[in-house]
Write a protein that binds this ligand. Structure first.
Ligand SMILES: C[S@@+](CC[C@H](N)C(=O)[O-])C[C@H]1O[C@@H](n2cnc3c(N)ncnc32)[C@H](O)[C@@H]1O
Length: 208
């Protein structure tokens, strides 16, 4: 493996965006419906009854911002992504939202109330499985460091049908990541594996 993981991930998603534009396919999802269903799961970590600050880690072209505004949530939004063309598009299409911004520098990120990450752990490509697992745990550690009240993420699942699994994607055991989050991040962890996709969402609450 010659190229660092983040560079490979960035190249993969920028390629998808160049090919398909600001559509679910452009961030490697199949449909608007499944993209929104994932948003609904990761947002379950947020207490939306009062204002909050939200970091969308791996924001793509900013579809989650439209989703939270449509839902009427009172939140300050920061979108973070590795892909410069995605961020350019996100900024261009949300010019008037004074409570939202998009950043590309990991060093510029500051702790917020909640961090959500939809779709950032899946595309292993040819990175060895052990290396990818270590990368996944380090990303989860970063989500945990930045979300003072909690964080959430989704992942493909090892409970997928074997004949549907792709060799370039990562299908961890949800129980393994649940256990990791419980031991390393909070006593209050939820595993959602009941929303009809070949994946799961983990919610880690720190303020219960
Ligand atoms: C599957 S797409 C989903 C985009 C968005 N969350 C959505 O659901 O519409 C994953 C996005 O996460 C970004 N990404 C993947 N790994 C990342 C990382 N470690 N740090 C920041 N962004 C990342 C990719 O560039 C891509 O835009």
């Amino acid at each position: 493996m010659t190229e660092p993981i983040l560079r490979r991930v960035e190249r993969y998603y920028t390629g998808k965006f160049t090919q398909h534009g600001a559509t679910p396919r452009g961030v490697d999802w199949n449909s608007v419906e499944s993209q929104a269903l994932r948003f609904e799961q990761v947002l379950k970590v947020c207490d939306t009854s009062r204002p909050f600050r939200l970091l969308d880690y791996g924001c793509g072209y900013g579809a989650l911002l439209d989703h939270v505004r449509a839902r009427g949530f009172d939140c300050e939004y920061v979108g973070f992504d590795l892909s410069a063309p995605m961020l350019d598009h996100a900024r261009d299409t949300h010019p008037r939202d004074a409570a939202a911004r998009f950043v590309g520098e990991a060093e510029a990120l500051e702790p917020v109330d909640y961090v959500v990450a939809s779709g950032i752990l899946n595309v292993r490509q040819d990175v060895p499985v052990d290396d990818w697992r270590a990368y996944v745990l380090s990303v989860i550690g970063r989500l945990g460091a930045l979300g003072t009240r909690g964080f959430s993420f989704n992942s493909l699942t090892s409970y997928s049908d074997a004949d549907r699994m792709r060799p370039d994607l990562y299908y961890p055991d949800p129980c393994d990541l649940f256990d990791h989050c419980k031991r390393e991040h909070s006593r209050n962890v939820a595993l959602l594996h009941d929303y009809g996709l070949y994946e799961f969402t983990i919610l880690v609450r720190k303020d219960v």
